[in-house]
Structure formats: structure tokens, C-alpha cells
Design a protein around this ligand. Structure first.
Ligand SMILES: [Zn+2]
Length: 682
């Protein structure tokens, strides 16, 4: 097997390296979420780190990687005899810390392990096949594109990560085993966000971006070439740096317990967390653990201001986000102000004078490596453009009236566009729009759907390769009539494979919500378009929370365009919408025809996902083709028309369009009314 790419040889990405190293030093830091574009060597660097972790002793033959010094008392392969701690003796063998990858398409059984219910019921054997959580115990669990993982799996994963235990329960049988691992997730925010509750459960986050520096890019390619041509030779050339790094990690681990966090520093941490308005206390805990780990990594025995700064920069960005429209990242000027305000008067430790200018920290894990990997990467992983989000903006807007407010959320536009771009207000809660009938799409939170989750509504003979769960009453009922014929004598039921019944469950599915937005001149003044944008933003936010895919078709002037092809990224949708110019004629038929085409293609790509069409218009068509024919092409699609007509004299054109589409009509004002009602109530 080829050696891993050396950690020290990775160019730039200083923040990511540091975040990984802090986790390697202290298991209490709580993992890393890596956010960023594709092609930034994220998996290479994680693999490289795993190779740097100290080797672990495991009980021979235990599929759950028990430590011979402290075996899991509940280990399904146990009980094991406890042997002298830390050593590899007769009972154990030393092996490299494992690196386990969780593929996005993994099943629940693959992740947590599977209990063979068929054997449990028909043979009375408790057969448990360990999953990836067992494999990752005492190593690294790497989840590429964690944002695309099913919510239910993410919950299981983060529960295990938080508790250090994996529970498997199937009907009446349950198994538990230890599962402690360093969790590293990656995501490309363009492809969809992670729910805020899940974001919060990753200890640190790092934004990565490939360097734009030509020299540095050349060095990346040069090293990659050298590695691919001769992995062994390349690894040998970096061996000294790598072993120095491994030794430094081991030293920091050993020193971790003796690092002091003075009370004044702890208060500084809590003040910084409060200053960034993070929810809950998890941020404070993670920041404290990361600061202690950083001090140990730097060889200090007391936590300093710099340790707190580094920890806050990595632990807070994802915890202060209020909704998915806010830009990520942390305002470092605010961070420094907060640190200044809370800096203790006296140094904590005269032996360890603090020097805030000390440049040592930025290069952290790379120090000791070659010049290329250090200072050059300092700005590389810095959070992107924190200045684009005005401080306190979204909160302020939420308190005010949503309509007409030139919202602060218009941060994505370049400012001086030639066209007329109306601002959007702060989003509000919208009524739930559902697709009629029962679908079979991916689990979500919108329309009714049959799947692996939800409420049991019946039972059936298994349709797949094996039963998807066992419905016990139905299975017993199926077996009961045959007991005498099968020669049953004693109390035990004689069960056969073909008696097994699986439950039929009904829950909620996610949909494709396709917005068709009229941005023509007939939609009227800037104020009107602001209200429309606010409403569509609110619907977008709702779609995000319900795990829908969204798409955006816009029509104005000469025709219709697909402003956003179907995606899970609400941020992309919001950005396109905010920048959307208004004016010109109203080619309504083209808008509908384009929508029909988007739905046709999407039906091929994702056939189980049912569409919901939301047409936002006043219904007036002032140019283009035949609306009746265009509407006919959308027959059978569940549709809603958001009627944007205003003024004392109304033509009712949107109503007419709704009739053609068989759509429900929702007046634009009614969305606003709902908000006002909610305000009064709350
Ligand atoms: Zn074991």
C-alpha cells in the first residue's frame, strides 16, 4: 500500500491543519467541519493527519477495537480480561489509528451496524454485524459532503460522536458499544447547508479555499507530481518533518492535563462568546478546550490571549449564524476588540510573558515543515469576507416592519447596477404548502410520503432483498395459522422466513419547490418588488428548513431564464433573488414553458421527488405566447399562485391563471398578514 501524502508537505491551509492538530491533541475539541469549494485536497489532508495519530493497542480478535488496558465493559465481543494499561502484550496488538470514510449513500445499517432480525427470530441468535462507527472507534471518521447525508444519519452520527457510544435498536433487540472518534466532515455550502443544530455540534469549522497565489499553486502541483511519481521516495524526503510532528502531537497530548486555564482567561472566553451572541454554552466549552489544546501544542502550561484568539476564530464562526442567508466567517476586528476589553490587567504567569505580536501561531502545525507550508498559508484559510454582513443587521431588520424596509440583507449585489434592483426585507414564516397525495420521495418535512421513517400505518410481505425492519404483530399473525402443521410442541413459536412482515411507514418527504417569479415592469414599483422578494425569500427559507430542493425561473422583458437550476443551496437561491433586476414586458407563457422544461428534466434526474410549483405574479401577460397552452403543459403538477396584484382596481388575472393551472391562490398580502398576526400573538 502506498504511504499517505505527508501532512507537513501540504501547502497552505494553515487553519485546517491547525484545527485538525488541535483535535488530535485533545479529543474534547469535538471534531472539525471543513467548508469550502471542491478540489482543495480536504481528504488528502485528513488522511495525512490520521497517519500522524499515535498507534493504538487493540484486543486481538475484537471487532470493536477495545483497548486491552480499558476494554469496553459492554463490548458485544466481550467480556475481555483487563491487562496492563497502555501496552501491547499477549492480549493485544498495536495498529495504526483507523481512518474510516462514511459514504454519502450509506444506509443506517452500514453506519451503526446491523442486527440480523431474521436470525434472531427464526434461529434465536443475536447476530450483530458492526458498522462504520465501530470501525472508526479510536480513530478518525471522515464524512465527505456531510451536508448531503440524510438528516437521520447525521443525527445518529452526531449522537454517537457526542456520547462516545453507538446504540442499535431493532424492535425488541438492542446492542451498544463504545464509539469514540475524531469526526471530520466536509461540505460545499453551494450544494446545501447543514441545519444550524447540526452545525453547532461540530467543535470547530474552517473555511477553505484553494490559494489564488500562482507561486503557491505551482508548488501544490509540483509536490503532487513528485508524490504521484514516487510515493515512497516523497514520503522518505518528508520523514523527518513527519516524525517531528508526530512527536509534537504526542508531547502536547501528554501535557494537556497540566495546562492551566486561569479564571481570568475563562472569563475572557465567556465574554468573547457573549460578545458574538452565540446560543447556549457549547461554544464556551469548545473554545476553552481548544484554547487549552492550543496552549499544549505551543508548549505552554498556561492559556494565553493568543490561545483564546485562535480557539475563538475556529470555534465561533458557525455558532453565530442566525439564518442561512448570513455570510459565514467571524469578524476578526470585533474579536480583537472583545479581547482588548477583557484582557486581564496582570499577566497570568510571569514565567510565560505574553506577546500578542508573536507570529508563531499562524503557521502552527506546519512549523518545522518547509518554508512553503507556513506563513504563506496564513491568510489562506481565513474566513471569507466577514465584512459583507453588517453587524447586527438581520436582527435589527427582524424587529422592524418587513415590507418596504430597504433590508440590510441586500449584501450580495454589487451596489451600482445599471438595472433597477429592489431590496428584499427580512424573511418571515410562511404557511405550509404541500403536494397533494402520498409520494415516495426522499425523507423531508413537506408532503406526505412513504419511506423508512415515520409512523407505521400497516405491514406487508418484504418487497426488497430483506425486510426493512420487522413488524412483530403482523409476523406473528402470519405464522400463527401454521403452527400445528409445522409440528409445534413446546411454547416456542415456529417461525419461517416467509412469515416475516415489514412495516409500511408514512412520514414526510422533501419536494422540488420551483419558483416562477414575474420580475416585469407590471409588477410595479420598487416597494412592490421588495414585498415580492421578501415573500419569495421567506418561501425559500421555508423550503430549506423542510429539506426541499429549490429552483428559480424568472421572466421579464424578452423571455424567461432559469436563474437557479434545481439545487439544495438556499444561499445560491437567495443570492440570485436579491440581485434580480425588475422591469420590461411580461412574457408569462415563456415563464410557464421554461418551468415545464425544468420539471421535465428534473423528473428524469430525480424521479421520486415530486414538484411543487409556486408562481409569483399579478397574472398580467403583456407579451409572448399563449398562456393557456403553456399552462396545459403543467397539468398534474401541484401549483400555487401567489397573487401580487395590488391597488384599488383589480383585474383578477392571477385568479384566472390559477384556474388554468388548477392552482391554489395565495394573495401576497396574506403572507404579510400572517406575520403581523404572529407578532401580535408573540
Ligand atoms: Zn471488545
Amino acid at each position: 500500500m502506498n504511504p499517505a501524502y505527508p501532512f507537513s508537505a501540504v501547502v497552505g491551509l494553515a487553519d485546517l491543519k491547525l484545527a485538525l492538530v488541535l483535535n488530535a491533541v485533545s479529543s474534547r475539541v469535538g471534531g472539525v467541519l471543513v467548508r469550502g469549494e471542491k478540489g482543495t485536497a480536504k481528504s488528502t489532508i485528513v488522511r495525512a493527519l490520521a497517519a500522524q495519530l499515535p498507534r493504538v493497542a487493540v484486543v486481538a480478535g475484537c471487532r470493536f477495537h477495545c483497548d486491552p488496558g480499558a476494554p469496553d465493559p459492554g463490548c458485544p465481543d466481550g467480556p475481555h480480561e483487563t491487562t496492563a494499561a497502555g501496552g501491547a502484550d499477549a492480549a493485544g496488538a498495536l495498529r495504526a489509528a483507523s481512518l474510516v470514510e462514511l459514504p454519502v449513500g450509506a444506509s443506517e445499517d452500514r453506519l451503526v451496524g446491523s442486527l440480523d432480525l431474521e436470525r434472531a427470530l427464526t434461529e434465536g441468535v443475536k447476530a450483530f454485524e458492526p458498522g462504520l462507527l465501530a470501525a472508526a472507534h479510536r480513530g478518525v471518521l471522515y464524512v465527505d459532503e456531510v451536508n448531503l447525508l440524510h438528516d437521520h444519519l447525521v443525527d445518529l452520527l452526531l449522537d454517537a460522536a457526542a456520547l462516545g457510544v453507538c446504540y442499535v435498536e431493532r424492535e425488541t433487540v438492542s446492542v451498544r458499544h463504545a464509539a469514540r472518534f475524531l469526526l471530520v466532515g466536509t461540505m460545499n455550502p453551494e450544494e446545501g447547508e447543514l441545519r444550524p443544530q447540526l452545525l453547532d455540534r461540530f467543535g470547530l469549522t474552517v473555511e477553505v479555499r484553494a490559494t489564488r497565489e500562482p507561486d503557491e499553486r505551482a508548488e501544490v502541483v509540483r509536490r503532487r507530481f513528485a508524490f504521484d511519481a514516487d510515493p515512497e521516495g516523497f514520503a522518505a524526503r518528508w520523514a523527518a518533518e513527519e516524525s517531528a510532528l508526530a512527536a509534537r502531537i504526542a508531547r502536547a497530548r501528554a501535557a494537556l492535563g497540566s495546562v492551566r486555564l486561569p479564571d481570568s482567561r475563562l472569563r475572557q472566553i465567556t465574554a468573547v462568546c457573549a460578545g458574538f451572541e452565540v446560543d447556549g454554552l457549547r461554544a464556551d466549552l469548545v473554545t476553552a478546550h481548544a484554547a487549552v489544546a492550543h496552549a499544549a501544542w505551543q508548549g505552554r502550561d498556561v492559556v494565553t490571549r493568543e490561545d483564546v484568539r485562535v480557539a475563538a476564530r475556529l470555534a465561533l464562526p458557525h455558532r453565530r449564524r442566525r439564518d442561512p442567508f448570513d455570510a459565514p466567517g467571524l469578524d476578526e476586528r470585533l474579536l480583537d476588540e472583545l479581547l482588548d476589553q477583557t484582557e486581564p490587567a496582570a499577566p497570568d504567569d510571569p514565567d510565560n510573558p505574553e506577546s500578542p505580536e508573536d507570529p508563531d501561531d499562524s503557521g502552527g502545525p506546519g512549523s518545522g515543515g518547509s518554508g512553503g507550508s507556513d506563513g504563506s498559508g496564513a491568510g489562506d484559510g481565513a474566513p471569507a469576507a466577514p465584512e459583507s454582513a453588517p453587524e447586527g443587521g438581520p436582527e435589527g431588520a427582524r424587529d422592524g416592519a418587513p415590507e418596504g424596509a430597504a433590508g440590510p440583507s441586500e449584501g450580495t449585489g454589487s451596489g451600482d447596477r445599471p438595472q433597477d434592483v429592489a431590496a428584499a426585507g427580512a424573511p418571515f414564516r410562511v404557511p405550509v404548502l404541500k403536494v397533494a397525495g402520498v409520494g415516495a420521495g426522499v425523507a423531508g418535512r413537506r408532503s406526505s410520503g412513504r419511506g423508512r421513517h415515520g409512523r407505521t400505518i400497516g405491514a406487508r410481505v418484504p418487497t426488497g432483498a430483506g425486510p426493512a425492519g420487522i413488524d412483530l404483530p403482523a409476523t406473528l399473525l402470519a405464522a400463527a395459522p401454521h403452527q400445528l402443521r409445522r409440528g409445534r410442541r413446546g411454547p416456542g413459536l415456529v417461525l419461517r422466513r416467509d412469515d416475516l412482515r415489514e412495516p409500511v411507514r408514512e412520514g414526510r418527504e422533501g419536494n422540488l419547490v420551483l419558483f416562477v417569479v414575474d420580475a416585469s415592469g407590471s409588477m410595479g414599483a420598487r416597494r412592490r418588488m421588495t414585498a415580492v422578494k421578501t415573500a419569495v425569500l421567506s418561501l425559500l427559507l421555508d423550503a430549506y428548513q423542510r429539506r426541499d430542493k429549490i429552483g428559480l425561473v424568472v421572466f421579464r422583458g424578452a423571455g424567461a431564464t432559469v436563474a437557479l437550476p434545481p439545487t439544495s443551496s438556499v444561499e445560491a437561491g437567495a443570492a440570485r433573488l436579491r440581485a434580480l433586476p425588475t422591469g420590461g414586458r411580461t412574457p408569462l407563457a415563456e415563464g410557464l414553458a421554461t418551468a415545464a422544461e425544468v420539471l421535465r428534466v428534473e423528473r428524469l434526474r430525480d424521479p421520486d421527488r415530486r414538484p411543487l410549483l409556486v408562481v409569483v405574479t399579478d397574472g398580467r401577460a403583456t407579451s409572448g405566447g399563449d398562456v393557456t397552452r403553456a399552462a396545459a403543459a403543467l397539468a398534474g403538477v401541484t401549483s400555487v399562485v401567489v397573487d401580487c396584484e395590488s391597488g384599488p382596481v383589480r383585474l383578477g388575472m392571477a385568479q384566472a391563471l390559477a384556474l388554468r393551472l388548477g392552482a391554489r391562490v395565495l394573495p401576497l398580502e396574506s403572507l404579510g398578514d400572517l406575520v403581523r398576526d404572529r407578532r401580535k400573538a408573540g
